[in-house]
Ligand binder design. Structure first.
Ligand SMILES: *Cc1c(COP(=O)(O)O)cnc(C)c1O
Length: 376
């Protein structure tokens, strides 16, 4: 008989399916159930459900194995982002991409306005600029590829620069997921996720997560989560893990379609500046090819129309959904600047397209007829 394989030797495509399951025993369930209990019998390490819950732990085991650290689940991506920002000492400098998720950017602006932190914006795809900005910093906050500009940061170079200056590196790995990019292995100290997106993958749950291999950081983050209370519901954690089960399959399909659609978009007369790290002529392609095992499912581009015409275009599709968020099985698009929190230097007509798992020709037919109406 062969020995069972230890989980750390299994490939990620297997881990997404096999991790976070109950011990095998006759008639034991194969899934950790939704545990609805706010308190637990005395004598154990948990005691009260603001500290932990078996349904979260199953999700945490899976994401921790995938990222190569220990995971804590949060109520949302922003709950996870906020818990990590809580670790910045008062007056500490946070170096952050001049384009990053609008919620993270807005939270940092508020913290800076309150005198809590100092924010230093940097062009995250310029390694020399990143290295220079890390001088005197407490935290380097990386998103790669960035949301929604799709710039690519050289993770190994950036984390080395941060470490040389004694700064912690945090990487928001929402766009890539651990199946395409493992920031801890490339030198990051902490990974954050909006599990709402590709991890859960079905646009039916909000959840977030933090992963680190540093025991001290983990203990501090657990304390923040427990005392601030940004905890997920047990059903949300169950749904997120159920989504993770098909992550490898969904990414494979969506990423192939994203490349195909990015290529077709490049030759449409109503489209300019297509950004997708998988395109050979994309400015981020070489770095992405070095540090990612796939280029992801998000494409951005600008249109030749006005903001109003572009909003109207987004309403003209029937398969592609006009909605915010990303990483779902359904393809969706939106003009990012329709949100007041989006950065003013993101172009007015920039569209973020999140590619799902539908048939790629159906997607292109739908997108092309909406774009055609823009062409003068
Ligand atoms: C959506 C998103 C977040 C915030 O996550 P929520 O689950 O919506 O709170 C953070 N970072 C990135 C890159 C995102 O796309």
């Amino acid at each position: 008989m062969t020995e069972p394989q230890p989980p750390e030797t299994l490939r990620p495509e297997t881990v997404v399916v096999s991790a976070g399951r109950p011990e095998a025993a006759p008639d034991a369930p194969v899934n950790v159930p939704v545990v609805l209990s706010s308190t637990f019998h005395a004598g154990g390490p948990v005691g009260y459900a603001r500290t932990s819950n078996p349904s979260w732990e199953a999700f945490e085991e899976a994401l921790g194995l995938l990222e190569g650290g220990r995971c804590l689940a949060f109520a949302s991506g922003m709950g996870a982002v906020s818990a990590v920002l809580d670790l910045v000492p008062t007056g500490g400098v946070v170096v952050v991409s001049s384009h990053s998720y609008s919620g993270t950017a807005a939270r940092l602006r508020d913290l800076e306005a309150a005198g809590r932190v100092v924010v230093r914006l940097v062009q995250i795809d310029d390694p020399d600029a990143v290295a220079a900005a890390c001088e005197g910093a407490s935290v380097l906050w990386i998103e790669t590829p960035t949301n929604p500009a799709l710039e690519v940061c050289d993770l190994a170079a950036a984390t080395a620069a941060a470490r040389a200056h004694g700064a912690l590196t945090v990487c928001d790995n929402t766009f890539a997921t651990p199946l395409l990019q493992r920031p801890l292995a490339l030198g990051a100290d902490v990974v954050v996720h909006s599990a709402t997106k590709a991890l859960a993958g079905h646009s039916d749950v909000l959840m977030g997560a933090v992963v680190t291999a540093d025991q001290d950081l983990l203990a501090r983050l657990l304390r923040v989560r427990t005392l601030v209370g940004a905890i997920p519901g047990p059903l949300d954690a169950y749904l997120a893990l159920r989504g993770v089960r098909t992550l490898a399959l969904r990414l494979r399909q969506a990423q192939a379609s994203a490349y195909e659609l990015a290529t077709r978009l490049q030759s449409h007369p109503a489209v300019r500046n297509v950004r997708y790290p998988g395109l050979p002529d994309d400015p981020g392609h070489l770095v992405a090819a070095k540090q990612m095992s796939g280029f992801g499912t998000i494409v951005s581009f600008e249109t030749t129309g006005t903001a109003e015409e572009t909003d109207a275009m987004c309403d003209r599709t029937s398969v592609v959904i006009h909605a915010t968020s990303l990483g779902g099985v359904e393809t969706s698009w939106e003009r990012r600047r329709r949100w007041i929190e989006e950065r003013p230097d993101i172009p007015e007509t920039l569209i973020r397209l999140s590619v799902g798992i539908e048939d790629v020709d159906d997607l292109w037919t739908d997108l092309a007829q909406a774009l055609d109406a823009l062409t003068p």
